[in-house]
Structures are given as structure tokens and as C-alpha cells.
Design a protein around this ligand. Structure first.
Ligand code: UDP
Length: 320
């Protein structure tokens, strides 16, 4: 099969690209290299089935050409990372709304199967964990630019479902929770690569807020398989699925764990959110998925031990 993968030079995209190529597919990766990087996909270039195009999902002509060439689409391209989205609110909104509209419209016109990568951000700020796909949502105020990302991804989800219902577009939506693994950059907020880098360099480990906020982390290999399994299951089309791990940890405990595994002398410091993200920032306190819908359909279960994930990531950052 010939697959178009948008955002394929990012952390998740590059792992998905590798896996799809290993499955024997032909692959066109399109990425604007803003948060993605060429380095993430250098090792794929020797594969004859792989083609990389530096370009934007906002480029309608380019997307038209690529969509007509492929059999199916994995749409991962987006402005991502809490820090990036706060620093670039307008570009983030335009990419995440207009870019996605273009992909869905073309997929509809040429009737291509689509996987759409949404985000656990859509659950908003007051959600009661664990989050279920049909839960109601409360979003923060417009003055808090973080929520623009959640609104954009939320709009994309409505659009996907409307295309599925009205136009019979075969589209499946995965809500990705915090993912970790090799190649994840520490530049745009992501907490695990940041803490690991800090611990390995014996620099202060920077907890934002009081460290009581809760997250659940999923290893990248599991996420890649989950995405492929959904795309291969016709019963998944027109539906939303949480992709994540129901086991959770506080950010304070995560910092201790990483420090201990790295045998680091780093001090653990607490930094007010305002110092990092400005005055108008609001964090999500909980972010934990209910994964039963996904598990029921696919029989898949993450079964990933956080310590094991962290050890693998730490070895990667050590260069071993
Ligand atoms: N965080 C932190 N220190 C850092 C980076 C992030 O304490 O150096 C916190 C952040 O405020 C959030 C959690 O870790 O509460 C997860 O952050 P990340 O940006 O990885 O993901 P998200 O906020 O999207 O869940």
C-alpha cells in the first residue's frame, strides 16, 4: 500500500514511518520541519519505499498531488507542545484547523482512508479522571492561549465525525495521551526528555507548579501499534479512541524516579508556572485515560512498566 504520512519527521511520526516501512508499505512523508527534524528520519532515507517532502499541510496544491498518489493517510502533522503552542498561538491555530480541513476535504474527494491524531488536551481542565471518550468537557478562557490547541483539535474531531457520518469518509480518531520514547525533543515542554537531560547533566530538575499534577505515560512502540491496529479495523471508522496508559504518576514522583534511575546529584526545584509560561497559564491537573473502549475493540493492552520505559529512554539520552 502507498501511504501518506503528514508530520512524519516528528517524534511520533518518525516511529510510525519506520514501522510502516518495516511492514513493507511505500511511504510519502510530508513535514514542514518546524518541530519535526530531518535527523529523525535520516535512517529511513536508504529505504527505496521512502520519500520525504519538506512542505506544509497548508499547501493545498501539494496536498492535492500527494493525496491523489496515496491509498491511505495518517494525519499527524500539527503544531504541538505546550510551549510551542503558547509561543505561536496564531500559527498553531491555523495549522491545526485549516491544515486539517484541507487533509479531510481531499481525503473525502478522493475517498482515502484516514487516521487522525487528536489529543488528550481536548478533555479540558476540569475533567474527572480517568477520561472516557464521551465525557463532557470544560475549556479554559480565550485569554489562556493554551486552550486554543484543545479547541482546534476538538474542532478537528467534530469535522472528522461529520465527514464520517455525512460523507462516509473512512476516518478513525485517536486521542493520544502523554507519549514518551527515544527521539522525543526536550525543546517544546515535554517533561520526560527534559527531566532526563537535566538529571544526566546534574542540572536542577525543574518541576513546574507544585508537582502534584498527574500524568500517565505510554511508550512510543505501543502507540505506533495502536494507531496501525485502529487503521486496520473497519469497525473503528467514524469513532474516537483514547490511546494511552491508565497507570499514572505525579510529576513530583516522576522527577524523583528519574533522578534515582540516573543516579543523579541534581537538585529538584519548583518553578511557578508564571515564570515559564507567563501569567495566563493554566495546567491540566489530571490527564489519565480510560482505555476500555480501545481494549475492547482491539484486545490490546499497554502493559508497560514506567521504570522500564524510563530506563530505555535514559539509555538513549546517554548515547548507549
Ligand atoms: N513539566 C514540568 N517540568 C518541565 C516540563 C513539564 O514540571 O520541565 C510539567 C508540565 O507543567 C505538566 C507535565 O509536566 O504538568 C507534563 O508536561 P508536558 O509538556 O510533557 O505535557 P502536557 O502538559 O501536555 O501533559
Amino acid at each position: 500500500m502507498k501511504i501518506l504520512l503528514t508530520g512524519g519527521a516528528g517524534f511520533v511520526g518518525s516511529h510510525l514511518a519506520e514501522s510502516l516501512l518495516n511492514d513493507g508499505h511505500e511511504l510519502i512523508v510530508v513535514d514542514n520541519l518546524i518541530t519535526g527534524s530531518k535527523e529523525n528520519i535520516l535512517h529511513l532515507e536508504a529505504n527505496p519505499g521512502f520519500r520525504f517532502i519538506e512542505g506544509s499541510i497548508l499547501d493545498y496544491k501539494l496536498m492535492l498531488k500527494l493525496v491523489t498518489e496515496c491509498d491511505s493517510i495518517y494525519h499527524l502533522a500539527a503544531a504541538v507542545g505546550v510551549k510551542f503552542v503558547i509561543d505561536n498561538p496564531l500559527d498553531s491555530l491555523i495549522t491545526n484547523v485549516r491544515g486539517t480541513e484541507i487533509i479531510f476535504e481531499l481525503a473525502h474527494i478522493f475517498h482515502k482512508k484516514v487516521f487522525f491524531a487528536s489529543s488528550s488536551e481536548v478533555y479540558g481542565k476540569d475533567a474527572v479522571a480517568p477520561f472516557k471518550e464521551d465525557d463532557d468537557r470544560v475549556m479554559g478562557s480565550v485569554s489562556k492561549s493554551r486552550w486554543g490547541y484543545a479547541f482546534a483539535k476538538g474542532f478537528d474531531e467534530f469535522l472528522a465525525v461529520a465527514y464520517a457520518q455525512e460523507k462516509k469518509l473512512p476516518i478513525v480518531i485517536g486521542r493520544l495521551f502523554n507519549i514518551c520514547g527515544p527521539r522525543q525533543s526536550h525543546n517544546y515542554g515535554m517533561v520526560i526528555p527534559r527531566f532526563v537531560q537535566q538529571a544526566l547533566n546534574n542540572q536542577p530538575i525543574t518541576i513546574y507548579g507544585d508537582g502534584k499534577q498527574i500524568r500517565s505515560f505510554t511508550y512510543i512502540d505501543y502507540v505506533v501499534n495502536a494507531i496501525k491496529v485502529l487503521m486496520d479495523n473497519p469497525q473503528a471508522f467514524g469513532q474516537l479512541f483514547n490511546i494511552g496508559n491508565s497507570k499514572f504518576i505525579s510529576i513530583g514522583e516522576l522527577a524523583q524516579k528519574i533522578k534515582q534511575i540516573c543516579q543523579s546529584d541534581s537538585e529538584i526545584v519548583y518553578i511557578p508556572y508564571s515564570q515559564v509560561y507567563g501569567d495566563n497559564f493554566e495546567d491540566m491537573f489530571y490527564r489519565v485515560p480510560d482505555t476500555s473502549k480501545f481494549e475492547k475493540l482491539t484486545g490490546f493492552n499497554p502493559r508497560i512498566d514506567l521504570d522500564q520505559m524510563l530506563k530505555t529512554i535514559i539509555d538513549y539520552h546517554r548515547g548507549s
